[in-house]
Design a protein around this ligand. Structure first.
Ligand code: TNX
Length: 509
């Protein structure tokens, strides 16, 4: 299989081809230097190579120890070797060196020569990015030879995210961790958790305990399947786990719509004070907080305060989508009061693009999820200062079916094959939203039809890698991506990740 892989790469990536001389251990590297997702900015192969052995050491200063630990873990997963971590390399040692330098935080440079590998970056996040690149350069099978040369790399956008809906079907902390393990390999650096919706409430809020004792009970969720919620301790643990992989968790509480579960638990949050029936169907747009009642704002402020205290990251997402049961005037009045509350607790407000109807959104971040190429309300807000994260549903929604035969998922925004997820440009996608206003991209994964981690993986992979490359790589090429993705497939298979074997890709292995 390795030979087939090599032939494939030789054809598709001639620039990164490794010529014959000076190969460690005599064998040609199985993975060409540029065969990485997302595509690095600059790749210069030099014909040398480096062989990882059980005696290879990881050299890292104390400040880079957290990244060194991840590197050791990754090499052990790939090769079975437990490499030692040292501060200074013994002379003539075979080494993988993590070297802090003065470059920007997420940028990195990776050099592979006969004696070792050096990853340089100004920040641990950049060193971690370099480690993810090195992981993909290690072949799937021995000998563990890495192609020689230099990669210089940096992200196009600072925000590269995924989203996961825990409300429609609850997903456990272990499942979320598994997802973090996978996404972080593609340099995705944000995980947006959708923690409340009509069918369930998934995060402990001490001042409103029935949100979870009722809203997170067994049987809450689509079809009454599942249920559950994150305790604060579990949430903090997830935040730490993600941070160790340079992923920032962004919590979302959706309002003023998508609040049926909260109203079942606290009937005073409805205008007539009567609890609605619990909902386990997939309808949207029928519930609304009561905009004229003061208790609404007490509730919202308590939730934002407790969420902010749980959140080391800078962003809190306040939802704001599909508020069809709220009048436009009420919606704007609500957002004018609520968006500033996020700032009151030291965070920046982030919401679905509907928030741009309210002037208070001009200091906030809007997540564009519609399918059109024009949105005058968004464009006007951008002109007034709103920043944007791009999640166009017909390109970036990981819950859309791949094609009509896909067993899982929805199709309201169309079918999204891998190439559809790949072939668009966040910097020109919406009129009046220039690249300078775009912070990045995010791939949402709504859970109406998804129950298990297997379901999540099938919908996310391989499409998420397309979105990751859209967010990271400044210049893109479908044929190159297709080849690199085809070569990556056996790595998912080896890890037991059940990806969708798209017919658009020639899968190796
Ligand atoms: C629309 S996208 C929604 C969600 C659904 C999703 C299903 C958005 C901001 N709202 O409530 O789960 O479609 O694809």
């Amino acid at each position: 299989m390795r030979n087939r892989l090599a032939v494939l790469l030789v054809c598709a990536l001639p620039l990164t081809l490794v010529p014959a001389p000076a190969l460690a251990g005599g064998a040609p590297p199985a993975v060409a230097l540029g065969s990485v997702i997302p595509a690095p900015v600059e790749v210069r192969a030099d014909g040398t190579s480096f062989r990882v052995t059980p005696r290879t050491v990881v050299v890292a200063p104390a400040s880079a120890r957290p990244v060194a630990d991840r590197l050791v873990e990754a090499v052990r997963e790939a090769t079975g070797y437990r490499l030692a971590v040292v501060r200074h390399a013994p002379r003539h040692a075979s080494a993988i060196t993590l070297a802090p330098d003065r470059s920007g935080g997420e940028d990195y440079q990776l050099s592979v020569g006969r004696k070792g590998v050096t990853i340089r970056s100004g920040g641990n996040s950049g060193l971690f990015n370099g480690v993810q690149t090195l992981r993909q350069l290690l072949p799937l099978e021995a000998p563990w030879i890495v192609a020689g040369g230099t990669i210089v790399d940096r992200p196009r956008f600072a925000y590269r995210g995924v989203h996961l809906d825990l409300a429609r079907h609850y997903h456990t902390p272990d499942e979320v961790k598994q997802y973090i393990d996978e996404i972080s390999q593609f340099k995705v650096n944000h995980l947006h958790l959708h923690l409340s919706d009509d069918q369930g409430w998934r995060i402990q809020i001490d001042s409103w305990p029935r949100l979870t004792s009722v809203g997170g009970a067994a049987g809450t969720g689509v079809d009454g399947v599942g249920g559950g919620f994150l305790t604060k301790a579990q949430y903090r643990d997830l935040v730490r786990y993600a941070a160790a992989r340079f992923v920032t968790i962004v919590p979302e509480i959706d309002m003023p719509g998508h609040v049926n579960a909260a109203q079942v638990a606290y009937p005073e949050l409805t205008c007539d004070g009567v609890a609605p029936p619990p909902r386990t169907d997939t309808a949207v747009g029928y519930s609304s907080l009561c905009i004229g009642k003061e208790v609404t704002y007490q509730f919202v402020e308590d939730v934002i305060r407790e969420l902010a205290a749980l959140t080391p990251g800078p962003l809190i997402h306040i939802g704001g989508d599909e508020a069809h049961a709220t009048s436009q005037a009420d919606y704007v009045a609500f957002q004018q009061r609520v968006l500033p509350l996020v700032g009151k607790y030291g965070k920046k407000a982030y919401g679905w693009n509907e928030i741009t109807q309210a002037p208070a959104s001009h200091t906030a971040i809007a997540q564009y999820w519609n399918t059109g190429r024009t949105d005058p309300t968004l464009a006007a807000a951008v002109a007034a200062g709103t920043k944007v994260i791009m999640s166009p549903a017909n390109r970036a929604y990981l819950d859309m079916k791949y094609d009509p035969s896909t067993r899982l998922g929805l199709s309201w925004a169309g079918y999204i094959e891998v190439r559809t997820a790949y072939d668009w440009d966040p910097g020109t996608h919406v009129a009046g939203v220039p690249e300078s206003a775009v912070l990045g991209v995010e791939a949402p994964l709504w859970s109406e039809t998804l129950r298990s981690i297997e379901d999540i993986e099938f919908m996310a992979f391989p499409r998420l890698t397309a979105i990751a490359e859209v967010g990271w790589s400044p210049s893109r090429d479908w044929e190159s991506f297709r080849t690199r993705l085809g070569a990556y497939g056996p790595r998912w298979t080896a890890r037991g990740v059940g990806f969708y074997p798209s017919p658009q890709i020639d899968w190796a292995g």
